[in-house]
Write a protein that binds this ligand. Structure first.
Ligand code: NAD
Length: 472
């Protein structure tokens, strides 16, 4: 008989929380407060689509108010439901704590298939959703700051910020009501690729530790590692791109229509061109077509990055996964049952609430940029370049030697916005990995890395609740 999963997505998150809570010092009431979703807003609103009126179902869940604003993406998918949005909002709380971003967790979703609508119809739905959030005080730079998620991107964020600003005339910080905006609309350079780049930095850090790789029977380093990525959207594409650009061998790619596999590696950019011209990744020259995304993930590789949706690795297929490292690009791609099966097999699972936190980290930078009303690097780039030039001249005069043109360009370069965002993200992903790993070692590796990550998160949120004080 096929194995089955027993938990809803939210129950799965709660179960993982409970596993970790045992290793923390907090009293039951604090733990319960951390776990609960503070506010759940379910709405229905009518939108005229063609000749008829459609009643649209949507949500915004604020999981935790221990720090404000709350933060979390907005998802457009037919799978959106209250349990899913609650689970995703809870993960946001833990994610922000892990990467030291001072926000509570939230998430939003609209239950639609965005592919079914024209851009004009999507704009109407999005603007109406934004005005519902304004009406109930569920959006604002100091209240709740959404971002893109599955099925949404910069375009939707632009519609939302525009709707918000028009309903709040004169609010000088209106731009900071949402992140993931295009750069021309107050966005920050580096946000689009941030989640995928963060995944790359996180996995690179994990595979750089010889002791951990020895236990998995792998060598250190990204170069030469065989990688499969599921989902070629914002997160999956950018993760694949940074692995590919840094010498990994992309052996498999999966989309909703199926997958492609070549044990010798796929040229990622040629696959992207092929998809643009044919509308699908399938039938890529030299690759074998796979019937679906699930079977692609079961092919041999060192690193598997599920970057589409939750529950894709579950009780029914987990034992067929061959990857030694599973980097959770998506939120909740493994069910609790899959987690157990893969941990028993000795795989290293780098958990979603750490690994895909690059998006919220750079969203935090975008929010800071919007509140300060100045582009990062604007005040100091030229100053740094002048200083670097003076130092270089002094060194050249003292030594009597001249730097090469390449060295000169590198030394003189003052940081611009993209440099600062990338280095802030890299530093965050590296330091947060070590916070989790230290907890993991403190627990003598008796728990998995997800549990260690939960312990790190609970410790930070718990202290925050304690210090807030509980009203009598
Ligand atoms: P997206 O809409 O840009 O892309 C998702 C891709 O997955 C699409 O191309 C879709 O066709 C594909 N897909 C859907 N079902 C599939 C299946 N069964 N097999 C293979 N591919 C399938 O979404 P995204 O923003 O990349 O988000 C993906 C995941 O990453 C979600 O779980 C999301 O919550 C999470 N995430 C996103 C961000 C972000 O910044 N966008 C940040 C953190 C986490």
């Amino acid at each position: 008989m096929e194995k089955q999963d027993h938990y809803s997505f939210f129950q799965g998150v709660e179960r993982n929380f409970d596993k970790a809570a045992k290793f923390t010092r907090f009293e039951a009431g604090i733990l319960e407060q951390i776990k609960e979703c503070n506010s759940v807003y379910r709405m229905k609103f009518p939108v005229r689509i063609g000749d008829s009126i459609e009643v649209i179902e949507a949500y915004r869940v604020q999981h935790s108010h221990h720090k404000l604003p709350c933060k979390g993406g907005i998802r457009y998918s037919m799978d959106v439901n209250q349990d899913e949005v609650m689970a995703l909002a809870a993960l946001m709380t833990y994610k922000c704590a892990i990467v030291n971003v001072p926000f509570g967790g939230a998430k939003g979703g609209i239950r639609i298939n965005p592919k079914k609508y024209t851009a004009f119809e999507l704009e109407k739905i999005t603007r109406r959703y934004a005005s519902e959030l304004v009406k109930k005080n569920f959006i604002g730079p100091g209240i709740d700051v959404p971002a893109p998620d599955y099925g949404t991107g910069g375009r939707e964020m632009s519609w939302i910020v525009d709707t918000y600003a028009s309903l709040k005339p004169g609010e000088v910080d209106a731009m900071a009501c949402i992140t993931g905006k295009p750069v021309t609309q107050g966005g920050v350079r580096g946000r689009t690729e941030a989640t995928g780049l963060g995944i790359y930095y996180g996995v690179r850090e994990a595979v750089s530790i010889a002791e951990d790789m020895d236990r998995l029977g792998l060598t250190t380093g990204i170069a030469g590692k065989k990688v499969i990525v599921q989902g070629m959207g914002n997160v999956g594409y950018h993760a694949a791109k940074f692995f590919y650009d840094n010498g990994a061998i992309i052996v498999g790619l999966a989309e909703y229509e199926g997958g492609i596999y070549n044990e010798n590696g796929l040229n990622l950019y040629e696959v992207v061109d092929h998809r643009k011209s044919t509308g699908s990744i399938l039938n890529f020259p030299g690759a074998t077509n796979m019937p679906n995304g699930a079977t692609t993930m079961e092919m041999p590789c060192d690193i598997l990055i599920p970057a589409a949706l939750e529950n894709v690795i579950n009780a029914s297929n987990a034992d067929r996964i061959q990857a030694k490292i599973i980097g959770e690009g998506a939120n909740g791609p493994l069910t609790p049952e899959a987690d157990e099966i893969l941990n028993a097999k000795g795989a290293m699972i780098i958990p979603d609430m750490y690994l895909n936190a690059g998006g919220v980290t750079v969203s935090y930078f975008e929010w800071l940029k919007n509140l300060s009303h100045v582009r990062f690097g604007r005040m100091d780039k030229r100053f740094s370049e002048n200083q670097n030039g003076s130092i270089l001249n002094a060194v050249e005069n003292l030594t009597g030697k001249r730097a090469s043109d390449i060295e000169r360009t590198q030394i003189l370069h003052g940081p611009d916005e993209a440099d600062l965002v990338y280095s802030g993200l890299e530093d965050t992903m590296i330091s947060s990995y070590h916070e989790i790993r230290e907890e993991w070692l403190r627990l003598e590796r008796k728990v998995d890395m997800r549990t260690a990550a939960f312990v790190v998160a609970i410790n930070k949120v718990g202290v925050s609740y304690e210090e807030l004080g509980i009203f009598p």
